[in-house]
Ligand binder design. Structure first.
Ligand SMILES: Cc1cc2nc3c(=O)[nH]c(=O)nc-3n(C[C@H](O)[C@H](O)[C@H](O)COP(=O)(O)OP(=O)(O)OC[C@H]3O[C@@H](n4cnc5c(N)ncnc54)[C@H](O)[C@@H]3O)c2cc1C
Length: 366
């Protein structure tokens, strides 16, 4: 039972945000800009943000050419370019909000490796044309002369450069985001595993005072949304990531993608971080379990030997997983369940770029 004091100060809020990943943080920040005096709380089940936002590969990117072209096949040119523009805008918002230092942001450039015998010239010309109102320099260009310079091998036919791509330190960025929210008088409560939301009531697992109240609730639990709203059609998609120990004479820096964005690697100082490969085992990777998929890790290690670090000695230092949320149409979701509850998910492995934009749009509309 709540005490008189608790009822006054901790029991009831104007806004409650569930999930303190980048989407939850971005919504809370936008709410504070719009409602300077509102009582805002974020409820996070872990001790620190521990969803995809701190387990990703640390890419600040808006999509590689083959990934965007794949999305065009799924959703058409107009919708795809709209989403890409939102990612670009989202990255700008994030950079302005936190600054490079607090994001651990470095501008190492971004590239896509093309293995097929298809000439991408016409395709990237078309994408550049479509993106020209948003990106002033051509978004993509052919830099195949760098393939040897970077020391890659394994039958790469073309190397495309993706403009303005940067690398971030996801852990540093999220902890600084939390600090920024606290400076803006937003309460963050950790260890609050939310079981159920009904109208203005938020039920918390295992709490002696087992519910809180809020006039408006935003659910931002990404791949875990079904734990609270079972009817929502979002599927989990696990991403396997590894990082090597420092590699002697590493000959590249920046971030790299291939195979429609399913594989991605970058340098972290003189280490190589490499992730992806979901596409070789979709069925088993539709999972919320943080466990190794050995088939995928073996594939990543093989590609390190044959494509990324041919002839170089390396050791794997660490392997981890992050869980993304995917919608069938690969589009972001922001849905008002009723007058109390909204859920928001940038989804599809692009939430670092998209969340700040989606959050701004969502809060603007309330
Ligand atoms: C390997 C990998 C690579 C990626 N690469 C990129 C990329 O290149 N570019 C890009 O833009 N994005 C990328 N992403 C995607 C991006 O990281 C996510 O889209 C984004 O972080 C999602 O943010 P979120 O806040 O919606 O969810 P999350 O970060 O997953 O946060 C959800 C939070 O909700 C909490 N939570 C869950 N259930 C409950 C509950 N019942 N009660 C309370 N709290 C709860 C979790 O603990 C978590 O902290 C990648 C992701 C992964 C895993």
């Amino acid at each position: 039972m709540f005490s008189f004091w608790e009822k006054q100060s901790v029991h009831t809020y104007d806004f409650a945000v569930i999930g303190a990943g980048i989407m939850g943080c971005s919504i809370a920040f936008e709410l504070r800009q719009k409602f300077p005096d509102a009582k805002i709380v974020i409820l996070e089940r872990s001790l620190f943000p521990s969803g995809a936002s701190t387990k990703n590969a640390g890419f600040a990117c808006f999509g590689s050419p083959s990934e965007i072209l794949h999305d065009v096949e799924l959703n058409g040119e107009n919708k795809t370019i709209e989403i890409v523009s939102q990612r670009i805008e989202g990255l700008k918002i994030l950079q302005e909000r936190l600054g490079d230092e607090k994001m651990g942001r470095t501008s190492g450039g971004g590239y896509e490796l093309i293995f097929e015998d298809i000439n991408y010239k016409q395709k990237i010309d078309r994408l550049n044309q479509l993106l020209s109102p948003i990106v002033k320099t051509p978004a993509f260009s052919d830099v195949s002369d760098k393939i040897d310079l970077f020391g890659f091998s394994g039958g790469i036919k073309q190397l495309l450069s993706c403009c303005n791509e940067a690398q971030i330190d996801s852990g540093k960025m999220m902890m600084n985001y939390w600090n920024l929210l606290r400076e803006n008088n937003i309460t963050i409560i950790t260890g609050a595993n939310i079981k159920k939301v009904e109208d203005d009531i938020i039920e918390i697992e295992g709490s002696s005072n087992d519910f809180l109240k809020a006039k408006r609730i935003f659910i931002c639990t990404n791949a875990f949304i079904k734990d609270i709203l079972p009817g929502i059609n979002i599927k989990p998609g696990r991403g396997q990531v590894l990082i090597t120990k420092p590699v002697k004479n590493l000959s590249f820096s920046g971030s790299f993608h291939f195979d429609k964005g399913y594989y991605y690697f970058r340098n972290v100082g003189d280490r190589v971080l490499f992730g992806g490969g979901r596409n070789i085992d979709f069925l088993n990777e539709e999972s919320k379990e943080l466990v190794i998929n050995q088939k995928i890790i073996d594939d990543l290690i093989l590609k390190l030997h044959t494509v990324i670090l041919p002839g170089k000695e390396f050791e794997i230092d660490q392997v981890w997983q992050g869980i993304m949320g995917f919608a069938d149409n690969k589009l972001p979701h922001k849905v008002n369940i009723n007058s109390y509850t909204t859920y928001a998910m940038s989804c599809n492995g692009m939430g670092i770029a998209l969340s700040p934009f989606i959050a701004r749009e969502l809060v603007f509309s309330i």
